[in-house]
Design a protein around this ligand. Structure first.
Ligand SMILES: [Zn+2]
Length: 345
């Protein structure tokens, strides 16, 4: 487990978080004039100043104590809903687990609120995915005296193969349930350091959940193995399915690499249209946290149908289609299989 720096430690703490290219990445995104207006970037800059002052204000307010809403139990905050669900399975009833971002939120370019900062300053542990998923995270924890753990540590990382992110790690490692077994191991370790008295319970919970992850992984591979050879292309908005496509033996095609630049360029849309036409792809998909308008352009220009909404970066609300991570994998595998096999989605 890593401990966030105390107030005032700048670049050293960034390296600790494994995000040495964070400032470079923001600058690069900001330089793209087609994506967002300069007014939006001024607002983002202003909010960064607010964030910094709030962060500094949070320094010295103390940490721990489970005061983020969890009663007497230690409080664990995760950066997004998928991690929160996995963490709850490991924590059982021993810890209180909450997600900073809500169901349906865009997680790559999230702007933390003052309430998020206050809540985080009182948490006992923060979990982030790492692999540059949470562009906002290093800045978020910089002034907080709260330990944090990177749950993707140890996974076999796939690189992004196209666009300006070429060669950088694909952050969506949780789209392989086998990788999430490693996430679970990292959570068991972090929770046991946080609450040693309950280490045996975390280990038992983790082992039971890892068995469920293996079962859903086997289901996924079995269901997608039935697709014919000429219908094994998964065309999506974001390049978020590299790990799932690898596990299921599918060819992955996407409009944009990472949601931080989700405004598709004409060239990106043309590339997807050409692939769908050339390969007679029967169905294409988009994800729940972004607009599907660019993919509808692909649908309009080809004979493909819109196969439906996939879940990646967020769970649904409790009464929606994917309230848990296991539901998310089952939902996506089922939707992809039916749409590519020609059934109605
Ligand atoms: Zn994503």
């Amino acid at each position: 487990m890593r401990r966030a720096s105390h107030c005032g430690a700048g670049s050293a703490s960034r390296r600790m978080f494994g995000m040495p290219n964070f400032p470079f990445r923001r600058a690069k995104v900001a330089a793209r004039t087609f994506a967002r207006t300069s007014a939006a970037f001024r607002a983002a800059g202003a909010s960064a100043v607010v964030l910094l002052s709030l962060t500094l204000a949070a320094c010295g307010s103390g940490s721990g104590g489970g005061a983020a809403g969890g009663g007497d139990k230690p409080v664990v905050l995760t950066t997004f809903t998928v991690l929160a669900d996995v963490a709850r399975n490991v924590a059982g009833d021993k810890l209180t687990v909450e997600s900073i971002t809500k169901a349906g939120a865009e997680i790559h370019g999230y702007e933390p609120t003052p309430g998020d900062i206050r809540k985080a300053s009182k948490a006992d542990l923060i979990l982030d995915n790492g692999l540059n998923l949470e562009a906002w995270f290093a800045q978020f924890v910089e002034g907080l005296d709260v330990p944090h753990a990177v749950v993707s540590d140890g996974v076999e990382v796939m690189s992004i193969s196209e666009d300006s992110y070429q060669g950088k790690p694909n952050p969506h490692a949780w789209m392989s349930p086998v990788n999430v077994q490693i996430y679970v191991d990292n959570m068991v370790k972090a929770f046991s350091e946080l609450d040693p008295d309950n280490a045996a319970a975390f280990k038992a919970n983790g082992d039971a959940y890892k068995a469920e992850l293996q079962a859903v992984q086997d289901e996924l591979k079995t269901s997608l193995a039935g697709l014919p050879e000429n219908q094994r292309a998964l065309v999506t908005c974001e390049g978020a399915f590299s790990y799932l496509a690898r596990d299921a033996g599918l060819k992955e095609v996407y409009i944009w690499a990472v949601n931080a630049e989700q405004q598709a360029t004409p060239q990106q849309i043309t590339r997807a249209i050409e692939y769908v036409k050339a390969n007679q792809v029967p169905a294409v998909f988009c994800e729940s946290t972004v607009s599907d308008a660019p993919m509808q352009q692909v649908v309009g220009a080809t004979g493909a149908k819109f196969g439906g909404v996939l879940y990646v970066d967020s769970l649904s609300e409790a009464d929606g289609p994917v309230p848990t991570y296991l539901d998310l994998i089952r939902h996506d595998a089922d939707l992809i299989t039916k749409a590519l096999a020609g059934a109605k989605p």
